[in-house]
Design a protein around this ligand. Structure first.
Ligand code: ATP
Ligand code: LTN
Length: 339
């Protein structure tokens, strides 16, 4: 990414995703595809939030593999390192440093109110570590280091973003304007993809039922099988409607990957059965994912290229984020580092 005058005028977008497992069709249609569409109009900074991932215990070999795979897959989905930064959070030390500082400007009570902390402590009752508790201060550091204007996040991260805004405003008030106060970015095309087995729940990579979730890297035959088994309803009509969560979800997915409207889909399938529709959705998803899967395989055979991308981005990210960190430390009263 060249930091030209023109690029400097563009608003800064920051977002991140954790390499905590296989990337799903939900992650792709709900988040990643929208990120890639923003790259011409904004100065985009994306990260693989691996420091966040260790709030849940990881097996080292699998963790390393998941992170590299996620990096390659996001490039394959269209993140372009010529236009945007895309780095690995743990490679840019300013994140952990600012997170510590922000911990001292965040109240225990504020973190105690975070619903994700409450959910994850119930889910991982044997490992309620302090990192899980201070997760939102690290997320605030990610965002505030780059003076980001807009943050695309899903509903589950809204509360964390609100907290990042509160921390930024608090710091600016105590000292003087230091951080840009970020706003949520609501995508016009954001899709919420629901579980194929329980369409009232969102599709999630941590779902125990493997049939509920399509991974971007799933083989065509697995994608077909999962869609064929998708839960629908009994009225047999391919039409958007109330109490038709299963069909609504399949129509939403089909619309996303083909660009068709609900009316066009209803016309296309009028008089046809759910079996035909499910096959058509699966075929469309397979066709949409095929070029991504091919690019992914190519990137995975070129580790040197992947390394070049994440190192170059990390160097640029370090230089941008260090400016903010030094400013913050100076305002607090730390003795400036002269080396
Ligand atoms: P987990 O199962 O570990 O909670 P997840 O699959 O729900 O993971 P996250 O890593 O929490 O995904 O989210 C990454 C991004 O993908 C977020 O921006 C989130 O809003 C988006 N996202 C996740 N699941 C869906 C979904 N089913 N539909 C649309 N967007 C989604
Ligand atoms: N917590 C987010 C990932 C994340 C993030 C961020 C998102 C880490 N840092 C900064 C936006 C901005 C998640 O799990 N989806």
């Amino acid at each position: 990414m060249s930091v030209t005058n023109e690029a400097e005028k563009k608003k800064v977008i920051f977002s991140a995703i954790q390499p905590s497992g296989t990337i799903t069709l939900g992650n792709y249609l709900g988040a990643l595809r929208n990120w890639t569409a923003l790259q011409d109009d904004y100065q985009c900074i994306f990260a693989l939030a691996d420091l966040h991932t260790i709030t849940v215990r990881q097996e080292p070999t699998k963790f390393r593999h998941n992170a590299l795979e996620a990096y390659a897959l996001l490039l394959a989905c269209g993140i372009n390192v010529e236009k945007s930064l895309f780095f690995i959070q743990s490679h840019v030390h300013t994140h952990a440093e600012l997170a510590w500082i922000l911990n001292c400007y965040t109240q225990f009570g504020e973190l105690s109110r975070m619903t994700q902390f409450k959910d994850k402590s119930t889910k991982h009752a044997d490992n309620i570590n302090v990192g899980l508790f201070t997760y939102p201060s690290l997320m605030a550091a990610d965002i505030l280091l780059y003076q980001a204007d807009l943050i695309p996040v899903g509903a589950d991260q809204k509360q964390h973003l609100e907290l990042a805004r509160d921390i930024a405003e608090r710091f600016n008030r105590i000292y003087s304007p230091t951080f840009v106060v970020p706003q949520p970015y609501i995508s016009k095309t954001g899709a919420r993809v629901m579980s194929l087995q329980d369409p009232t729940k969102k599709m999630s990579k941590s779902d125990e039922n493997a049939n509920s979730c399509v991974a971007v890297l799933d083989k065509p035959e697995d994608i077909m099988r999962k869609f064929k088994r998708a839960i629908t309803d009994s009225d047999g009509l391919i039409a958007y409607g109330e109490e038709k969560d299963g069909i609504n979800n399949l129509m939403g997915i089909y619309a996303c990957v083909t660009g068709k409207t609900n009316e066009q889909i209803e016309t296309e399938f009028s008089g046809k059965g759910y079996g035909d529709f499910k096959t058509a959705v699966a075929d469309a998803v397979i066709a949409h994912l095929q070029p991504i899967q091919e690019k992914f395989s190519h990137y995975m055979t070129d580790k040197a290229y992947l390394e070049k991308c994440y190192i170059e981005s990390a160097e640029k990210a370090l230089s941008i984020s260090n400016r903010t960190l030094r400013k913050v430390m100076k305002k607090i009263g730390f003795i400036p580092k002269t080396y």
